[in-house]
Unconditional design. Structure first.
Length: 105
């Protein structure tokens, strides 16, 4: 009885991991397809690519790193990391000269 229960548990986890794996493959295909489309500005293309990357990062961190079932402290650390990363990206863009941003478009 115990072996049958363990096999069912393993099958359930394998199905979940395969679903996440296929979602990551689809996300990669969507990222490549979106990179071929011009959305009006380089900034919009980068924003869309980062949005897709964030979704894929959530899938990896949530399921493969088991953050979905962790306690609140882990989420606090994760939110702090995202905040500091966004702050550093903002400071990097803020420090650029305005003329260099015009040439990026």
């Amino acid at each position: 009885m115990s072996d049958n229960h363990n096999a069912h548990d393993i099958q359930k986890h394998v199905k979940k991991y395969l679903f996440v794996f296929y979602a990551l493959i689809v996300g990669t295909v969507v990222t490549v397809a979106v990179s071929k489309v011009h959305f009006g500005s380089v900034t919009m293309n980068i924003a869309i690519a980062l949005f897709i990357a964030c979704i894929k990062g959530f899938l990896v961190a949530g399921y493969f790193m088991h953050l979905i079932s962790e306690k609140k402290m882990i989420y606090g650390i994760l939110i702090a990391t995202v905040f500091f990363f966004a702050s550093l990206m903002y400071l990097t863009l803020w420090s650029l000269e305005p003329t260099s941003l015009i040439h990026m478009k």
